[in-house]
Design a protein around this ligand. Structure first.
Ligand code: NIG
Ligand code: FE
Length: 388
């Protein structure tokens, strides 16, 4: 194995609570990576020798972004729907069925090429961990193949057979819930780590969501929930009650929802790309942070409500529109995402962590919000491999 000493780092974001500030900053820093892991961090003057050196030229080094919520297994796009929305139409969950039809007609090779394209696109923008959901197949075969394909690209796979009721079951939603909690779960569980449900009017109500999550838990999957996106609902409370890793969207929250999240280990995952692309009001990150909740930021990349793989874009919007400081937003996009995926090996730069590093073409992580829309990726390492 070859070790690399990264020197001349302008600002090192470690996210190590024993270092100063929310981001655990180290000035005049150096990092050593060896094989797939970080083996040393600290002041450059004290750095140990390594096989080779990399000069960071005074730029900021961050943990790679952890995108803990994405829907990447699909075919087609929804340009016309987006165009109509930007002319005044409102977003509904119904558009999901358009993508379901396109996904069902696509070959495995086409779906796989799409996932690969989006993971590569994300990697080029500094994302080194991506969660990936099914949910555009909605048959036993199409959900299972979606997860089988996703699992070839990431270990963070999520069974979302309960995205919406499949069109064939429009007249009998409870039969669809039976399928999702029975035969479909059996076919999908071997390829999934997580179980998710879209708990929303027009998708699944609280009782149906509970049935889906409970069945997943019984099969060894850990729950996460699409909760309180388009309206107030039972999703957040259900997520907390079932010990879900995260409640995602959290756009419409009561004081009781905020208190429940703050008093739990369930991460509030905010997805500003969705509000941006549906022209909806943004979730209030400030309220959640002030109450003591753990917040993650993710892209929600999908063809309907948020067709972006850019964590930098989400950071910029969260700072401008959701009451987050730049440090809080960067923290939420790295450590926050890792917590939402219950991962301790990513989201931070400390000895033992996976060597997932993002070198910014800027001296400070603040530039991610300060220079919106500007490509700032100078280099990326994933598990110690230089990818860019
Ligand atoms: O997270 N909310 C449900 N699912 C996606 C949207 C999917 C779609 O519109 O295709 C979301 O926003
Ligand atoms: Fe989503």
């Amino acid at each position: 194995m070859t070790s690399t000493l990264i020197t001349n780092i302008g600002t090192l974001v470690t996210n190590d609570p024993s270092c100063p500030g929310l981001l655990g900053l180290v000035e005049d820093a150096a990092v050593v990576i060896d094989g797939s892991v970080v083996t040393w961090t600290g002041r450059a003057a004290e750095a140990p020798a390594a096989d080779q050196a990399f000069d960071a030229e005074g730029r900021a080094l961050l943990p790679g972004f952890v995108d803990s919520h994405a829907h990447l297994v699909f075919a087609g796009d929804r340009t016309a729907e987006f165009n109509a929305r930007m002319s005044g139409q409102s977003y509904t969950a119904g558009g999901i069925r358009t993508t379901v039809a396109a996904t069902r007609s696509a070959s495995d090779a086409q779906l796989s090429a799409n996932v690969s394209r989006f993971i590569t696109e994300a990697l080029r923008q500094g994302t080194t961990t991506v969660e990936c959901k099914s949910g555009y197949g909605l048959t036993v075969e199409d959900e299972a193949r979606s997860l089988r394909i996703a699992a070839t690209y990431t270990s963070e796979t999520t069974y979302l057979g309960a995205h919406v009721v499949a069109p064939e079951f429009a007249d009998d939603p409870s039969a669809y819930v039976d399928l999702v909690t029975g035969e479909m779960l059996d076919a999908c569980a071997p390829y999934a780590r997580w179980v998710d449900v879209f708990c929303e009017q027009g998708a699944f109500d609280g009782d149906q969501a509970r049935a889906v999550l409970t069945a997943g838990i019984e099969r060894g999957l850990t729950p996460r929930v699409h909760a309180n996106q388009l309206s107030h609902g039972p999703g957040v409370q259900l997520a907390v009650e079932l010990g879900a890793a995260s409640a995602d969207h959290c756009t419409h929250l009561t004081d009781a929802d905020v208190a429940a999240l703050a008093g739990s280990a369930t991460v509030a995952t905010l997805l500003p790309g969705a509000e941006f692309s549906t022209r909806a009001p943004y979730p209030n990150a400030r309220r959640l942070l002030d109450a003591g909740a753990t917040v993650a930021l993710s892209t929600d990349c999908n063809p309907g409500s948020s067709f972006t793989t850019s964590m930098a874009f989400c950071i910029a919007v969260a700072v401008r529109e959701m009451g987050m400081t730049p440090d809080e937003a960067v923290h939420a996009a790295t450590t926050g995402g890792a917590r939402a995926l219950r991962r301790t090996d990513v989201g931070h730069i400390s000895p033992g962590a996976r060597a997932d590093l993002l070198l910014l073409d800027a001296p400070s992580p603040v530039h991610l919000a300060y220079r919106p829309g500007v490509p700032l990726t100078a280099a990326v390492w994933r598990a110690g491999v230089r990818e860019l």
